[in-house]
Ligand binder design. Structure first.
Ligand SMILES: Nc1nc2c(ncn2[C@@H]2O[C@H](COP(=O)(O)OP(=O)(O)O)[C@@H](O)[C@H]2O)c(=O)[nH]1
Ligand SMILES: [Mg+2]
Length: 279
């Protein structure tokens, strides 16, 4: 959570071990849901794949193969497929996974024909997009398409929407006025701001400076006003990018963001129990 020590009562616990234990022991209480689904949303290069990799590194306590992150931030390198990423728990066989999963999509960039249309993102949030569907930026997913899921289960639904943006860039591609934002309003929303190391020399020197950095605070305020996500729902993270070893400071921010994601998503899952199916 983006909290400044001097101003706001710190409700976030930056104790890595406590947060880690919390997320490791998490299990949705709602028996109709076997996993919490997180949708990461943001422009190409924002650090969505790197965040999933970073979560995997933290949870597994070691560097894991970074198969997801693109080596470049070019528009052509991202995949438009709707794909669910799971994180392995333990080493045993059969394989077991953490009860939270990730999908990532990029929005349709203005003036460009790449990205995922707002209608499709809205549909994905309701669970209406099948695994493996390749989004077409030129036309929305139709009910006749095999990629359309007319009967989404509670597991197929998105339970928390996380807007990902880089502190190093102003590109966000959040369609401020489109109606999917209001539809998604029923789903909790938060944001993570990545690349805090690249955006601020003080932070690059020492990640502990994250809550002191006026430069970062200014950048986040601008974004907060643009997308309307409360400041205390914006988590600063530094993703694993060039490191060859696990680092406590990096872990601490990642796991604290993950804990907030889980808490918000789980609140939504809890409320689903009392809402009619598909609402
Ligand atoms: N220094 C630094 N680099 C990052 C961070 N997050 C992502 N990157 C790099 O930015 C590039 C794009 O990241 P990626 O995760 O593929 O972005 P995506 O398109 O949103 O999935 C990769 O080369 C990452 O290594 C970060 O927090 N700090
Ligand atoms: Mg990616």
């Amino acid at each position: 959570m983006f909290v400044f020590q001097s101003k706001v009562t710190c409700i976030i616990n930056r104790d890595k071990q406590r947060d880690l234990q919390y997320v490791q022991e998490y299990k949705p209480e709602n028996g109709n849901v076997s996993h919490l689904r997180v949708l990461l949303y943001g422009p190409v290069g924002a650090g969505k794949s790197s965040f999933i990799n970073s979560v995997s590194n933290v949870l597994r306590g070691r560097m894991t193969i970074p198969t997801l992150a693109s080596a470049t931030t070019s528009n052509t390198s991202f995949t438009r497929r709707y794909e669910t990423f799971k994180i392995r728990k333990g080493k045993g066989n059969p394989k077991t996974f953490y009860p939270f999963v990730f999908n990532d999509v990029m929005g349709l960039e203005e003036g460009s024909d790449s990205g995922v249309r707002a209608e499709d993102i809205k549909l994905a949030m309701k669970g209406g997009v099948r695994e493996g569907y390749k989004f077409n930026p030129l036309s929305p997913l139709s009910e006749r398409d095999p990629g359309y899921n007319p009967t989404p289960s509670p597991d197929d639904r998105v339970h928390i929407l996380v807007c990902v943006f880089s502190a190093n860039s102003f590109s966000c591609c959040l369609p401020e006025n489109s109606d999917w934002v209001s539809v998604s309003a029923a789903i909790p929303q938060m944001a993570i701001v990545t690349n805090i190391d690249a955006a601020c020399a003080e932070i690059e020197k020492d990640l502990k400076n994250v809550y002191m950095s006026k430069h970062l605070k200014k950048k986040v305020s601008v974004r907060h006003s643009a997308v309307g996500i409360p400041m205390n729902c914006i988590c600063p993270v530094k993703n694993y990018s060039q490191e060859i070893q696990i680092n406590d400071e990096v872990d601490s921010l990642i796991v604290s963001a993950l804990r907030l994601i889980i808490d918000f998503g789980d609140d939504f899952i809890d409320n689903m129990q009392t809402s009619p199916a598909g609402q």
